[in-house]
Design a protein around this ligand. Structure first.
Ligand code: IFM
Length: 768
């Protein structure tokens, strides 16, 4: 079936491209990428270099290039680099004539394939077939099979090895490149400029088919290559398997020895065996994570594409963050934002709690950085980094955008005023706890985070004597166009949420494990009164309430007084299309136009708002939202479902799920900054729309509840959930919903279908 943007699918498990579009290199490089959470390898062609946006981003390698203000993940040399020359002319998508062009990404197995017939400008033809993957079985490995057939007699030259000419957006990270050659393997040993992280890339190949006439090695400054020549007759074939291992000293003690050893063992196992092990891991993942949509092939592929992208962005081998652009490029520094808790974590909480645990543990492990940030800014407790890498120290610079009209820097206060990041971390930990009932985690790690965040909020609120209430002033909510506002509804409600959870955990510990509580209190440096103070704030913090008549909540103090204009009208005031719309004097600042869901975001995360309030606020804010952030459409889809605006929900589902695949993201450049790459939060948001929006899934105190509403064209929606230690299979059709409890479950669970609760024993099912 044909999809849009030059794509099609044949099994609903892959995206296929049959024509090459040289104007889409950034997009297709991201969309066709392979990865395993340790590395992201863009879906580029083997012969390409920096100018075609080749990148292999490796997690846990944060470093600043000399003269740069960006601490970002390194883009390491390309171990799959391969160029083929026919009678001196290089096989290239930009020269000669390509026929039978095929590029595919197999989403089920995480495999990128390419095959072409190519005729050189001089008239010589070849057939080329390539397949590659970033191993899920051994996260250090990239594996490739590269083969070609001579369709005419000719002289062939193949160079393959490691090339250092990569697409690095903020400068050169390596102060030295040392090449080595050992037992037929080639390698580059690198040290980063700032932190001296030692990174090693080793590669080895096994040839088959016609033997080469000559074999040599080319070593240049940033690359080392095997050079092979062949005199081939029509029909003769050459192929090789390649194993690349990428290791670094932030993860392992002896990256050089390990890298070599892994290539030796990978080559000994061979391509097919490595592929088998890799595919098995992907099979295990999809068993829990696949969402099946019947009746709409496009929606099915979009669902799988987004889940795939969210997953390959997630480091599952360690407690490390999910970057806002995953590992698709260096934009947003490979670091976590609030996106991680609010968009990506939910999928893992309910499908792979072990991965969710890594992510919440990461927030515990970065508590020290969050405390340093709070202290630096004059607060107590933990103020989490807006942009968080390995240590949790703030990576976001004070100046992000530039005024494209004057070229002057713009001071954005994302890092110091967007305080909702701390309660968002609590939201994530609570979500994990509620889904998994993992009290050990809460006791040993979560509690400390919750208490430190509560302490931060204590030091951040103001008590207004005249109003007898706590307020939060000088803030920035999710809507980044309005900086320096007071009482942002989202932040105030989330603060109350965080305080309530801190009190609950405190009380539970006091009852169940008082000694542990004393130890945590000692670590945090608090006395019993702290809990009373949190409770006081939870009770008396000002929460903008729905207006008595309209039911609309004011986004922040004075918002309703701002100019009321539609985003489309406002856009006409731009002098330059690249202008930043927000602080300090962008076109949206004095208007009600929002960058992204804010009150709507609140309604998506917290329960307890009536349908009337949900609907009124959705209807008020939706037309005023410009969706300048890729986070916005999925939240609108979710809340549109709750507000029973199903057609709009579907429109927003399509918008969110096609941001990358159809290159539907409007803002690749904003305020002079390049913001391309995979929008990982939007990808995670797609899971939320499908399961929580159309599936109507909710966790209740006793168990789970569903009130689904299928989009018109769909005949069925089914998925698997792991909630409160019960594995459940959910199947929704136009007329009914069935929840089956896996026979392996050790206990039953209360399942509420369309408002009617039933207790579901292991191995049984309930239908409504
Ligand atoms: O976290 C988001 C923010 O809400 C909007 N700008 C992009 C960030 C990273 O995705």
């Amino acid at each position: 079936m044909d999809l849009k943007n030059n794509l099609r699918t044949s099994t609903e498990w892959e995206i296929i491209e049959n024509t090459f579009d040289p104007d889409q290199l950034i997009t297709t490089g991201s969309n066709f990428m392979i990865g395993n959470g340790y590395m992201g390898y863009r879906g580029t062609f083997e012969e390409w270099k920096a100018k075609e946006y080749v990148a292999c981003i490796v997690t846990d390698t944060w470093d600043k290039a000399p003269g740069s203000r960006w601490s970002e993940l390194c883009n390491v040399p390309n171990g799959l680099f391969t160029q083929l020359f026919v009678d001196g002319e290089m096989v290239s998508a930009f020269a000669g004539e390509t026929t039978d062009y095929y590029r595919a990404l197999d989403l089920r197995h995480g495999i990128n394939q390419r095959s072409i017939s190519w005729r050189s400008p001089g008239g010589k033809s070849i057939q080329l077939d390539v397949e590659k993957f970033a191993s899920k079985a051994n996260h250090h490995l990239l594996v490739m099979r590269y083969g070609f057939t001579a369709l005419q007699n000719g002289e062939y030259r193949l160079i393959t090895g490691i090339d250092g000419e990569m697409w690095s957006i903020n400068g050169e990270h390596f102060r030295s490149y040392t090449s080595f050659e050992e037992d037929g393997m080639l390698g580059l040993s690198l040290h980063t400029s700032e932190n001296s992280t030692h990174i090693v890339i080793t590669e080895g190949i096994t040839l088959s088919g016609k033997a080469p006439d000559t074999v040599g090695v080319l070593k240049e400054n940033k690359r080392c290559l095997h050079e092979l020549t062949f005199s081939l007759k029509e029909g003769e074939k050459v192929s090789f398997q390649k194993v690349v291992s990428i290791t670094h000293s932030n993860e392992v003690d002896h990256p050089l020895a390990l890298s070599k050893q892994e290539v030796i063992s990978g080559l000994a196992q061979g391509y097919e065996r490595l592929k088998e092990e890799h595919q098995k891991k992907w099979k295990d993942f999809w068993e829990r994570s696949d969402i099946r949509i019947k009746g709409n092939v496009e929606a099915q592929v979009l669902a799988r594409f987004n889940i795939y992208q969210a997953y390959i962005a997630t480091p599952v081998h360690d407690n490390l963050p999910i970057g806002a652009r995953g590992l698709s490029c260096q934009v947003y520094q490979g670091a976590a934002f609030w996106d991680q808790e609010t968009f990506n974590l939910p999928m893992y909480c309910y499908t792979h709690p072990d991965i969710a645990k890594n992510l919440v543990t990461y927030r515990h492990e970065t508590l020290a950085g969050a405390k340093r940030k709070a202290k630096r800014l004059g607060y107590y407790g933990a103020f989490y980094a807006w942009t968080s890498g390995k240590t949790g120290d703030e990576l976001f610079p004070d100046y992000f955008f530039t005024d494209v009209l004057t070229g002057r820097k713009i001071r954005n206060h994302f890092n110091c005023w967007q305080i909702h990041i701390s309660p968002d971390v609590v939201y994530g930990i609570w979500l994990y706890y509620e889904a998994s009932l993992d009290w050990d985690f809460m006791r040993d790690h979560g509690a400390e985070v919750l208490f430190e965040v509560a302490q931060f909020l204590v030091s951040r609120v103001h008590f207004k004597k005249d109003k007898n209430r706590f307020e939060l002033i000088r803030l920035l909510g999710p809507d980044e166009y309005h900086e320096n506002v007071d009482n942002n509804a989202y932040t105030n409600y989330l603060t109350q949420f965080a305080m309530e959870k801190a009190c609950w955990v405190f009380d539970t510990l006091k009852e169940q494990d008082p000694e542990k509580l004393v130890r945590i209190m000692h670590t945090v440096g608090i006395q019993d009164e702290a809990r009373d103070h949190w409770n006081e704030i939870a009770q008396d913090i000002y929460l903008p309430k729905p207006d008595e008549h309209t039911k609309v909540m004011e986004q922040f103090d004075g918002y309703f007084q701002l100019e009321d204009i539609a985003p489309g009208e406002l856009r006409k005031r731009l002098i330059d299309p690249g202008e930043y719309w927000g602080w300090p004097n962008g076109i949206a600042v004095n208007t009600q136009v929002l960058k992204q869901a804010d009150v709507v975001q609140l309604l998506a995360l917290l329960d307890g708002f009536s349908n009337e309030v949900l609907t009124a606020n959705y209807e008020y804010y939706e037309p005023r939202t410009e969706h300048g952030s890729s986070l916005s459409p999925s939240v609108h889809a979710l809340v549109a479902c709750k507000a029973q605006h199903y057609e709009e929900a579907y429109r927003y589902f399509m918008e969110s799920s096609t941001i990358d695949l159809y290159n539907a993201s409007k803002k690749v450049m904003s305020g002079g900054s390049f913001l391309g790459g995979i929008h990982t939060a939007a990808a995670g948001g797609v899971w939320r729309i499908l399961v929580e929006g159309f599936g109507g899934f909710k966790v209740t105190r006793e168990g789970v509840a569903f009130s689904p509403a299928l989009p018109k064209t769909w005949e069925g929606l089914s998925f698997t959930l792991m909630v409160k230690q019960c594995l459940l299979e959910i199947s929704i059709t136009k007329n009914n919903i069935t929840v089956s409890s896996d026979p392996s479950n050790e206990k039953g669970i209360t399942v509420t279908l369309k408002g009617k609760p039933a207790f579901l024993e292991p191995g049984k099912r309930v239908t409504a």
